[in-house]
Design a protein around this ligand. Structure first.
Ligand code: GMT
Length: 402
């Protein structure tokens, strides 16, 4: 198949998932065309992959550069120049509405193709719900030829927040367990924790929804009881504040803010516990990647997190903001090597149910069904279309002769 994938290029989970999906599909012989405003961070060269950059020309009149228009035009060009079979957009805003518009434009020349929208999280739960966007989001989701969500919780949230007329298929996120597995990185571990301290880790885009303050407060309580270090991976609007808080809480000497990192598997390989304190998380791909590397997870019980983090097995779940409970659970897991070992094994084992090899074929089947149904419905619409074209032609020649 020839597939266009539209995504955000950044470290966020939706872009990461879209990139991993495209790379896995290219390995299986599909031709993949990524469309984004920057090269996606995890994208590696493969002969079956092309990357098309959306650039928005500057013009003095444009206080708000029309990204969606540039994106739509790029979609139209990439689809027709490369004869794509399908477009798969990740994160509804603005990708689904651009895909809808591109399909409408191409319909005129009968070169239109179907599009699939995958909902990831805040495109529904925060941004999408906003009345500024809601009518367009609702329409472009409903117009999709298939809709997928990354968890049962996000599927339900979508039905609750929008008037969706179609079935939303849940296809959970996946992890490449060949890449995300515990590797021997003891030399790094010794550098971070020279006296055998336990290593806690958090990774996110440091937005408010992640509640990074809670991570620091949980760590403060853990470190009061046992020797421990904290690695904070990623960057975003709350980072500076978090660094200040670390100093205020006097945990800064045991905390390292590493910024954005590409080799997350190496960092996870030296870690003992992943901490995810989010207000909401549709899935929590970062937690799944941690589990695949044998790192148990302390998380909130919000959104889709209970679907991947199994309470008292792969880690523990607590209410949002319940720092005391999170710290107690963390101390329980880290208390002795045997307990930690059994949580580590259970986490790695559970992550295998989300192995790339299990989930990617589900997308492939969906693509094939969507393409087949689209072709069938085009076929059945043909007589109607011909009739319409005839009427239009007659009207045009009547106008010319009058
Ligand atoms: O919605 C967002 O916050 C952005 C998005 C992203 O691009 O990182 O994250 C969402 O999609 C991820 C991949 O499906 C999920 O693992 C995250 O849980 C989800 N984030 C939220 O729901 C806050």
């Amino acid at each position: 198949m020839k597939i266009g994938i539209v995504c955000y290029p950044t470290f966020g989970g939706s872009g990461v998932l879209a990139t991993e999906l495209g790379m896995a599909l290219s390995e299986k012989g599909h031709e993949i065309h990524f469309i984004s405003y920057q090269q996606p961070v995890r994208l590696h060269f493969h002969p079956n992959i092309c990357y098309h950059e959306v650039s928005v020309p500057k013009y003095p009149l444009f206080d708000y550069p029309p990204y969606e228009t540039a994106l739509t035009s790029t979609m139209v060009n990439v689809i027709s120049n490369n004869k794509l079979d399908l477009l798969h957009v990740h994160y509804a805003i603005p990708h689904a509405s651009a895909a809808y518009y591109a399909r409408e434009i191409l319909r005129k020349t009968r070169k239109d193709i179907p599009y699939i929208t995958t909902l990831h999280g805040t495109d529904i739960t925060l941004v999408g719900k906003d009345q500024t966007y809601a009518p367009v989001v609702t329409h472009s989701i409903n117009e999709s030829d298939a809709i997928t969500a990354v968890s049962d919780n996000l599927r339900e949230e979508t039905y609750r927040s929008f008037e969706i007329e179609k079935d939303i298929v849940v296809i959970p996120n996946f992890v490449d367990t060949e890449h995300f597995r515990r590797a021997d990185k003891d030399h790094f571990k010794k550098m971070v924790a020279p006296n055998g301290e336990r290593i806690l880790v958090h990774a996110s885009n440091f937005r408010k929804v992640k509640r990074v303050d809670d991570v620091l407060r949980v760590f403060e309580r853990v470190r009061e009881k046992i020797p421990a270090k904290l690695l904070m991976v990623g960057d975003g609007p709350e980072r500076q504040h978090a660094e200040e808080l670390a100093r205020t809480l006097r945990i800064h000497n045991d905390t390292r803010f590493l910024g954005k990192q590409e080799e997350m598997n190496e960092i996870l390989s030296i870690s003992d516990l992943f901490v995810l304190t989010s207000q909401y998380e549709s899935f929590g791909l970062s937690a799944l990647e941690a589990m695949a590397c044998g790192v148990p997870v302390i998380s909130t019980n919000s959104g889709g997190l209970p679907e991947i983090n199994v309470h008292d097995k792969t880690g523990f779940l607590s209410d949002v903001g319940d720092i005391m409970s999170m710290a107690e659970y963390a101390l329980h897991i880290l208390s002795d090597d045997n307990t930690l070992g059994s949580f580590k094994n259970a986490a790695a084992l559970h992550a295998r149910s989300y192995e790339q090899g299990k989930i990617v074929p589900i997308y492939e089947d969906l693509y094939q069904n969507v393409i087949d149904n689209y072709v069938k419905s085009e076929e059945s619409n043909k007589p109607e279309k011909k009739q319409k074209e005839k009427v239009e032609e007659t009207a045009e020649s009547d106008n010319e002769s009058s």
